[in-house]
Design a protein around this ligand. Structure first.
Ligand code: 13P
Length: 215
């Protein structure tokens, strides 16, 4: 089977999103790019049932190269993001705080320094129906210079140079949104970091690399 390791990684990532409560049911999707091939989760298949043969391989125009099932309805979005950013992997979820915050702001201010992980204030892509080229364009625009974005009335997306990295950002995005929501819900002014403070954060984050020590 071609790209079997990548197919397995897509399954692992879908199931991790589910375990962390970042998706409900079959919401969300995951892909990784390998050269001119995209390995993507299938549409509307329960994550616990996924097997490597169910993960499709498509070309950069969306044509199936080796795919048994219908690809994610968001394949156009994934392809647009690969074309329009330097991403090599994409994770999309419907996490509650990310989705809720996307309903009330157009941009998440830098209230937590973790916004620096995404490159600055996190934009909210305007609503368009799932699976449409319009949504793909809106999300691609929101991701310029960023590693994450919210999708209005829908969910959230992270991108990265690897699937591991793109996935690792998802819980942080949900956390940043949860904090902003809680602070805003008090009705009190929310303290945010200014440009100088964020530049300082970005400097610090360059050498802050979460590491697992297994032994
Ligand atoms: P798929 O199951 O087709 O990937 O759709 C889920 C989703 O979240 C659409 O945005």
């Amino acid at each position: 089977m071609i790209l079997e390791e990548e197919r397995r990684a897509v399954i692992r990532t879908c199931q991790r999103m589910q375990r962390l409560g970042l998706v409900v049911g079959t919401a969300g999707n995951v892909s990784v790019r390998v050269g001119d091939r995209v390995v993507v989760s299938p549409s509307a298949v329960e994550y616990q049932d996924l097997a490597p043969g169910m993960i499709g391989v498509h070309d950069m125009d969306g044509r199936p190269v080796d795919a048994q099932l219908r690809p994610s309805s968001e394949l156009p979005l994934h392809l647009a993001v690969y074309r329009g950013t330097g991403a090599q992997a994409i994770t999309h979820n419907h996490a509650p705080a990310s989705t809720a915050l996307g309903l009330v702001v157009d941009e998440v201010p830098c209230s937590h320094y973790y916004s620096g992980m995404f490159g600055g204030p996190i934009r909210v892509a305007p609503y368009a129906r799932f699976g449409t080229d319009e949504l793909a364009g809106n999300v691609c625009a929101a991701l310029q210079g960023r590693l994450g974005a919210l999708m209005s009335n829908h969910g959230a997306i992270t991108i990265g140079p690897s699937l591991e990295k793109a996935f690792s950002l998802l819980p942080y995005l949900e956390y940043v949104c949860e904090i902003q929501l809680r602070a805003a819900a008090t009705g009190l002014p929310v303290k945010t970091l200014d440009e100088d403070q964020m530049a300082h954060v970005l400097e610090g984050l360059k050498t802050y690399v979460p590491t697992r020590i297994t032994g």
